[in-house]
Design a protein. Structure first.
Length: 373
């Protein structure tokens, strides 16, 4: 509103104009209005060249706006576009800060490190989600460079959490990185605000913990009743759906180790809780809710086999998942040709309508990377 009033009065206030666009872009991102976000970004691109004259403040505004745009594109699975948005301000060379200082005509110590660190963290996430050849190494480099720019402990800890997710994606190849992450958070803890740490600790034990130790670990978990340390309101939010999904997967590993059918029931209960908590979220969390349900049916087939009712539920979940992706994320996530062959970030993992629902579900789960699981 302030920027519009100034513009109507003939006064140019570039900072206020950008802040207004930031607010509008955040609202569009939050409501999932992709077209509005695209239109706002076009407005901003026309304005951006004039921000260079603002020096350090201009660089800060550009960094914040491009980071928000990149996050929006990442949440739509448009990873290559998101990378390009950040490319101009996040270079791979060692003279990065010096180059930015020259372009914006400021001293190196005026470069806004926190904003640029946030951009590096976002770029690292883009690489981690994309998961192509060499992307894991690029992601790790970005997270470490981001840490070198941050001062606040919360900002640094967030990069360690990202590194933990990256290690889990790599499996055994990520064990050394996981040990480094574990040194930063050696013990389970549950307190308000620590849910993201708790989520990665559980996931790390799922991926790297010895199978023989998992039943004792779960008994310890149940005894400590850690989730009760969080309020009901907190537990209704992200990432508690993913925490329950991880617990479901841990109980699945405990069943494989012991054959105890009670673990099957507990696994199913946690998969159902994961679905319930995420299905009431936005488009992305709703997609991850379908993923949790697919995991349940894949596990149940392994543990007990699927009866006709469960098989039908799996088929319906697959159909709903595909429809949700196509409706909310478009062809970048899911698109089908005339013969039913799919493309897009998830679609490329679908072996096609000639395969069983279980085989399609197993394959689609491989698309879920980084902190989406």
């Amino acid at each position: 509103m302030a920027a519009e009033l100034l513009r109507d009065a003939g006064v140019e206030d570039r900072r206020s104009e950008v802040l207004l666009l930031q607010t509008r872009l955040s609202h569009a991102n939050h409501t999932g209005d992709v077209q509005a976000a695209q239109n706002i970004w076009r407005e901003y691109e026309e304005l951006e060249p004039r921000l260079h004259a603002l020096g350090a403040e201009g660089l800060r505004l550009i960094s914040e706006m491009r980071n928000r745009r990149a996050v929006s594109l990442t949440d739509q699975f448009r990873f290559d576009e998101a990378e390009q948005v950040l490319a101009e301000i996040v270079a791979e060379r060692t003279s990065w800060s010096e180059d930015l200082a020259r372009r914006f005509r400021i001293a190196v110590n005026e470069v806004p490190n926190r904003e640029l660190g946030a951009c590096l963290g976002t770029l690292g996430q883009i690489y981690a989600f994309r998961g192509g050849e060499g992307d894991a190494a690029h992601a790790e480099s970005c997270f470490r460079r981001a840490m070198s720019l941050f001062v606040e402990a919360d900002d640094i800890d967030r990069q360690w959490i990202y590194l933990g997710h990256l290690a889990c994606d790599q499996g055994e190849q990520g064990r050394a990185l996981w040990q480094e992450v574990l040194e930063k958070n050696p013990a389970l803890r549950a307190e308000s605000g620590s849910q993201y740490v708790l989520a990665i600790q559980l996931k790390g034990f799922l991926v790297f913990g010895p199978a023989a130790n998992i039943p004792a670990f779960l008994e310890h978990w149940e005894g400590k009743r850690l989730l009760e340390q969080f309020t009901e309101e907190e537990q209704s939010q992200h990432p508690f759906g993913l925490i329950h999904q991880t617990l479901g997967m841990l109980y699945g590993r405990a069943w494989r180790e012991t054959g105890n059918q009670e673990y099957v029931d507990r696994a199913v209960r946690h998969f159902d809780l994961a679905y319930e908590k995420m299905t009431h979220g936005g488009a992305l969390l709703k997609a991850l809710a379908y993923v949790a349900r697919l995991r349940k049916y894949v596990f149940l087939d392994e543990a007990r086999g699927l009866d006709s009712s469960a098989g039908e539920s799996l088929a319906q979940t697959l159909l709903a998942f595909k429809g949700h992706l196509a409706e909310h994320f478009g062809s970048t996530a899911w698109s089908e040709g005339e013969k039913g062959n799919a493309t897009g970030f998830f679609g490329q993992h679908d072996p096609g309508p000639g395969c069983s629902h279980l085989d399609r579900a197993r394959s689609l789960l491989r698309a879920v990377r980084f902190n989406y699981w």
